[in-house]
Design a protein around this ligand. Structure first.
Ligand SMILES: O=C(CO)[C@@H](O)[C@H](O)[C@H](O)CO
Ligand SMILES: [Mn+2]
Length: 289
């Protein structure tokens, strides 16, 4: 099991450059950095090559997270938006591959976060989402990329809220590089049992996000970490466990994640780094790896 952190922990914008964080997370002892792919198409090839080299030099694996935009996503009822979604993914996956990234996770079938001022069509969005992911799976597979479909809580998406729904969706897509992704923050809201949810995902689990119920770093709250670690060991999970703490207010990250109070307790960057380092030690101990 490899342990990582989403660089957005330190940032306010999904557009923030991720290159400089590779050395930082390596120094903190992580194996993996997760980067936001939302703006990767704005990076030049030279920039991507330098980032890839930095990852090699620092012995860091990159994974990518993404929340597709409402203008271009795979399950839209509007065919033009679906086509734009496919084009966006093909360009994004091509650039993601330039960083040797093998895992991209998020609500890839949908857009994020969902706008609930509009009518919800769960069945239609599910069917179009399955078709949309099916339609980009081979393209991703040819680049060596796994598409990890994140199960989110009800306030952020309506299609997949539980591990069981994630498994049913991924089975309908029926492609070897399309997997289920779980996140303890969302599971805490929707699942009856963390252990059962992880066992339900089983061999289909492709990526795993961690965080406390208020999205502080693992170890600062009341998540049943022992139960989670036991279940991950039971299913012989060998993928990445990426902590996804969101503790800062402000910017697009603060508003998309609904961080309306300072969860850092006024921490400066050095204190945030220390919290991440302690949480990594805690995560390795309780989850394995
Ligand atoms: O858990 C979440 C959101 O609550 C994320 O994994 C999200 O999909 C990603 O951050 C988008 O970049
Ligand atoms: Mn997540």
């Amino acid at each position: 099991m490899k342990h990582g952190i989403y660089y957005s922990y330190w940032e306010h914008e999904w557009s923030a450059k991720f290159g400089p964080y590779i050395e930082k997370v390596a120094k903190l002892g992580f194996d993996v950095i997760e980067v936001a792919a939302h703006h990767i198409n704005e990076y030049s090839d030279a920039e991507l090559a330098a980032i890839k080299q930095s990852a090699i030099d620092n012995n860091i694996i990159l994974t990518a997270g993404i929340g597709p935009s409402k203008n271009s996503y795979l399950s839209s009822p509007d065919a033009a938006v679906r086509a734009a979604g496919k084009a966006f993914f093909e360009q994004t996956l091509t650039n993601v591959a330039k960083l040797d990234i093998k895992t991209i996770g998020g609500a890839l079938h949908s857009y994020w976060p969902v706008d609930y001022s509009q009518t919800v069509d769960k069945e239609g969005d599910w069917a179009r989402g399955v078709e949309g992911i099916h339609g980009i799976a081979d393209f991703a597979n040819n680049l060596g990329i796994n598409l990890c479909i994140e199960v989110l809580n009800r306030f952020e998406n309506h299609v997949l809220n539980t591990a069981a729904e994630g498994v049913a969706f991924v089975k309908q897509v029926d492609k070897p590089n399309v997997k289920v992704m779980l996140d303890t923050f969302h599971m805490n809201i929707e699942e009856d049992s963390f252990g059962d949810a992880i066992r339900t995902a089983g061999t289909l689990l492709g990526h795993f996000h961690t965080g406390e119920s208020n999205r502080r770093v693992p170890g600062k709250g009341r998540m049943p970490w022992h139960e989670i670690g036991t279940a991950l060991r039971e299913i012989n999970y060998t993928g990445s466990v990426v902590m996804e703490p969101f503790v800062k207010t402000g910017g697009t990250i603060g508003s998309d994640i609904r961080v309306w109070r300072d969860l850092t307790n006024g921490a400066d960057e050095a204190k945030l780094d220390e919290d991440a380092r302690h949480s990594l030690a805690f995560s390795r101990f309780v989850l394995g790896g």
